[in-house]
Design a protein around this ligand. Structure first.
Ligand SMILES: C[S@@+](CC[C@H](N)C(=O)[O-])C[C@H]1O[C@@H](n2cnc3c(N)ncnc32)[C@H](O)[C@@H]1O
Length: 259
């Protein structure tokens, strides 16, 4: 395993809980994401590269929306690779796990025809170099989709929860100190262009509690596990129950075409 997982650090004891959080986070927005991925050509892919594939829940959905594709699920953390093997044991064998870093994939030049990186770029200290490596392994004309957040324009609570905004700033600073960037959303077009992609689409997915209720947010917004974070999740639950604020959540999807 080369490189490190940047600002994405999960202890052994919180791994299972993190996999559940990722599953809930995906369930919240996947239908809207999949619609865009399909309109940007993922269903026609035959050699699909998923970067930072985590415990396999997204890979499972990709097998469904890209029915002709062989999927390379690239992931730096061997524990995540092992979870993906368990989760996908019964799925068609159209996928392989590659345990390495996006920074130096060792995959052949121009070997893939679609690439997706979901919630990975916020953890990378050298996002342009990472995107260049993706460009190297894509055939000319292939789409590369990055899905990620921008903390300044991500979650809105009205009325605000006391202390929540400050806590989110602390989270962002902590992630930055580890080399990540929770404000990466605004930079996605520039990252793509700097790495040799033409930006074909830059869109947001937006959800509102008046339309889907609170439950999906509660599952997905629960922070990484650990005593302090569990307390935060419980405080958020109590706030939603008592204040019934409106909750809006937004994430960013950029689609670049490899020149
Ligand atoms: C927040 S999780 C997202 C997982 C999955 N893409 C999803 O959307 O649920 C980020 C994943 O990227 C992986 N990761 C972090 N740095 C990486 C790197 N340099 N190369 C490959 N994977 C990396 C982490 O181990 C983790 O599994």
């Amino acid at each position: 395993m080369q490189d490190s997982a940047g600002s994405y650090q999960i202890s052994d004891s919180s791994l299972a809980q993190e996999a559940q959080r990722l599953q809930a986070q995906m369930a919240l927005t996947w239908a809207a994401e999949a619609e865009r991925l399909c309109s940007w050509g993922i269903s026609e892919s035959r050699a699909l590269l998923e970067l930072g594939s985590g415990p396999g829940c997204v890979t499972r959905e990709l097998l469904a929306i890209a029915p002709q594709a062989h999927i390379t699920a690239l992931e730096i953390d061997p524990r995540m690779c092992a979870m993906a093997h368990d989760l996908l044991a019964d799925m068609p064998p159209r996928w392989q796990s590659v345990n390495t870093s996006i920074m130096a994939t060792s995959l052949p030049d121009e070997s893939h025809d679609f690439a997706l990186a979901r919630y990975l770029f916020q953890h990378l200290s050298k996002p342009v170099e990472a995107a260049r490596e993706v460009a190297r392994v894509l055939k000319p004309g292939s789409p590369f989709v990055i899905i990620d957040i921008d903390e300044a324009w991500s979650i809105l609570l009205d009325p605000p929860m006391p202390g929540e905004r400050e806590q989110r700033l602390v989270d962002a600073v902590q992630q930055a100190l580890q080399g990540g960037n929770r404000y990466v959303g605004r930079k996605l077009p520039r990252i793509m262009q700097s790495a040799g992609f033409r930006v074909a689409h830059f869109e947001t997915v937006i959800l509102h509690s008046d339309m889907i209720g609170y439950e999906p947010f509660l599952a997905a917004l629960a922070p990484l596990s650990g005593t302090a974070n569990d307390a935060r999740a419980e405080a958020l639950r109590a706030f939603l129950r008592e204040q019934q604020p409106l909750v809006m959540l937004q994430l960013f999807m950029a689609c670049g075409i490899r020149s």
